[in-house]
Write a protein that binds this ligand. Structure first.
Ligand SMILES: C[S@@+](CC[C@H](N)C(=O)[O-])C[C@H]1O[C@@H](n2cnc3c(N)ncnc32)[C@H](O)[C@@H]1O
Length: 271
């Protein structure tokens, strides 16, 4: 925990100048002044109240560990990992405005030197040229046009051990065990296998227009689909501390021996 930093006199003005904020954080560290970044946030104390529900799934002590927070926004999770003692924390986001928010929050909370905020698209993670002990990939997957490509690139280039993952899920919570193979037809008929109609078969809904007023919401997988995609990208699910949130470990990439890795663009970027 850093020593309490001297609060900039103009902190409230600087917070307001960077509004709107998606991460609602108390930059005054509870020291009296009203220094929340988004006091009227529609989700209230977000993401603090959400983190409280799965914080226990991560090691309390990250001393000596490296962390990459992809789509870090204003750095709530990056700062929580620095608070746990991580040796190196890198937060990347494609939106410079959020990174400026992160820098201000880190300055006010005494983490400025502890976190490197960098403008980088998830599709360009190969440019980091480094694997991290913990990758945080929360709330980004469903905003991507090419989510599996992003997952493959993360596995290929930056995931060193663990990944904390969250995606928006819609549809059934059922999980149909995925068979090794599916017959093309129901044996003895020309009917397609009915397994595709099961609620628990891995599925992902495509949002053509907007969802909840946000045109960047492209995909909503069901639970089974989220879990199948993680496994198929080479992540073993270790825990599901709450709905939509998974703690994973890197695992062998299925079918890699047939050249799946070669299909990952731009796999060779860091070479
Ligand atoms: C819903 S917010 C999630 C923020 C944070 N990870 C969380 O869970 O609270 C999505 C974030 O991902 C970022 N983002 C969206 N597309 C991205 C991309 N292609 N590469 C990197 N960041 C991206 C957005 O700018 C935004 O900060």
């Amino acid at each position: 925990m850093p020593a309490a930093a001297a609060l900039p006199d103009d902190l409230r003005e600087r917070i307001d100048a960077l509004a709107p904020w998606f991460h609602n954080m108390d930059l005054g560290s509870g020291r009296g002044a009203e220094m929340w970044t988004a006091p009227d946030h529609f989700l209230g104390n977000y993401p603090g109240f959400k983190f409280d529900r799965f914080a226990h799934a991560l090691p309390a002590d990250l001393v000596g560990k490296t962390v990459l927070d992809i789509g870090c926004n204003a750095g709530f999770y990056a700062m929580e990992m620095a608070r746990r003692g991580a040796a190196r924390v890198v937060g990347i986001d494609s939106d410079e405005r959020y990174l400026d928010q992160g820098r201000l929050a880190a300055e006010a909370l005494g983490f400025l030197g502890a976190i490197e905020f960098r403008k980088l698209d998830v599709y360009d993670v190969a440019a980091l040229g480094e694997r991290f002990d913990l990758v945080i990939f929360m709330g980004v997957f469903y905003h991507l046009r090419h989510p599996l490509l992003a997952l493959d690139l993360i596995r290929e280039h930056v995931a060193g051990d663990a990944m904390l993952f969250q995606t928006m899920q819609r549809g059934s919570e059922d999980v149909t065990p995925v068979p090794e193979d599916h017959p093309f037809h129901v044996p003895g008929t020309f009917d397609p296998s009915p397994i595709f109609d099961e609620q628990g078969y891995p599925k992902m809904h495509f949002v053509e227009r907007e969802y909840s007023g946000d045109w960047t919401n492209w995909w909503a997988a069901n639970r089974s689909g989220s879990e199948a995609m993680l496994r198929s990208a080479g992540f073993a699910i270790e825990a599901r501390p709450e709905a939509e949130v998974y703690l994973c470990r890197v695992a062998p990439v299925p079918f890699a021996e047939y050249g799946m890795k070669a299909a990952v663009y731009p796999a060779g970027a860091a070479a």
